[in-house]
Design a protein around this ligand. Structure first.
Ligand code: NAP
Length: 293
């Protein structure tokens, strides 16, 4: 953390919000309503966001006391993740040098640090890695998953037979939501403690490690970030079962095999940003405030 004044965290008055999707715009708006100065960079295709200043990325970096990047902060080619900008932007040595001198908040910090190793001398916080962020973010993810199911499934969630694989942050909230909709919910977990909770909460359970196929299920939501829907499992799965994979890439489903077997399977990623950008922006803000405090 060479060159970073740790007191910088206490004295943040202006945030530079750079790049990202709609949730970053809501984040900027929310910060501004809280009384912070906000400067947006990397939103060339947007004309105005209330009274918030829009500028180029370099100016935003230089004026912000702290910088907030999206999830991930950089794309795989090393350019900043700026879907609302016309051109790709790679950090210059000067910009990276400026970033080293102020707190930087980003999701998937490892990607940013790998692309711009000089930032390892700075103060880079990965807000998306934190449990408090991931738990709150599971709420819009679970709602987005239900919305996706409503779009893809021809029946109603009420009265449907659903399965949630994984009983982590998203699995817990999603199964609760599905039950509230009147679905008959089965949850797959590998730990016996989780299976006990699942029973106590009134869901059916299965042991993920013994999953050999899916029968009598209308919709499967996968949250396990590991390949569990292998070709063998899919061969023993009813053709009319819809599988929605929520796990980050590479996900938990062999999509090639699903396609070959005629099973309807799809990925549903970045749901908070797509379905609930306002809530998702607020969750980033809350997490940044927690880190600052
Ligand atoms: P989590 O809290 O870590 O839960 C993961 C669950 O998967 C746990 O129940 C875990 O079981 C289980 N699991 C992990 N590896 C397994 C394996 N090899 N076999 C069987 N079970 C296994 O994660 P989360 O926050 O719910 O997120 C789940 C996934 O969704 C992640 O990939 C995350 O990046 C992604 N995500 C997606 C979105 C979206 O919009 N689609 C949004 C946010 C996050 P144990 O507890 O026994 O380890």
């Amino acid at each position: 953390m060479v060159g970073v004044d740790m007191k910088a965290l206490d004295s943040v008055k202006t945030f530079a919000v750079i790049g990202g999707d709609k949730r970053q715009l809501f984040l900027a708006d929310s910060l501004s309503r809280d009384g912070y100065g906000v400067i947006l960079g990397g939103f060339d295709n947007i004309v105005s966001v209330g009274a918030i200043t829009l500028s180029d990325i370099s100016t935003a970096i230089s004026y912000g006391d702290a910088v907030i990047l999206p999830i991930p902060g950089v794309r795989s080619d090393g350019s900043l993740n700026t879907p609302f900008a016309g051109d790709k932007h790679f950090l210059s040595a000067h910009e990276a040098g400026m970033l080293c001198k102020k707190p930087v908040f980003t999701g998937m910090a490892d990607k940013l640090l790998k692309t711009y190793p000089v930032l390892q001398d700075g103060l880079v916080y990965d807000y998306a890695k934190r449990n408090d962020f991931a738990i709150l973010n599971a709420v819009p993810t679970a709602e987005g998953a239900v919305e996706r199911a409503m779009k893809e499934y021809e029946g109603t969630i009420s009265g449907s037979r659903t399965m949630v694989t994984g009983f982590g942050r998203i699995g817990k909230l999603l199964s609760k939501l599905l039950k509230a909709f009147g679905s008959e919910v089965t949850v797959c977990a590998r730990s016996s403690a989780d299976r006990a909770y699942i029973t106590a909460l009134g869901y059916k359970y299965k042991n993920t490690e013994k999953l050999r196929g899916i029968k009598n299920t209308d919709i499967v939501f996968n949250t396990v970030p590991s390949l569990i829907f292998t070709e063998d499992v899919l061969k023993n799965t009813d053709r009319n079962t819809l599988i929605i994979d929520l796990a980050s890439l590479p996900g938990g489903v062999d999509f090639e095999a699903a396609d070959a077997l005629g099973i309807d399977a799809c990925r549903a990623l970045s749901l908070p940003g797509k379905c609930s950008p306002k809530a998702a922006g607020d969750i980033i803000k809350k997490t940044v405030y927690t880190i600052l405090s």
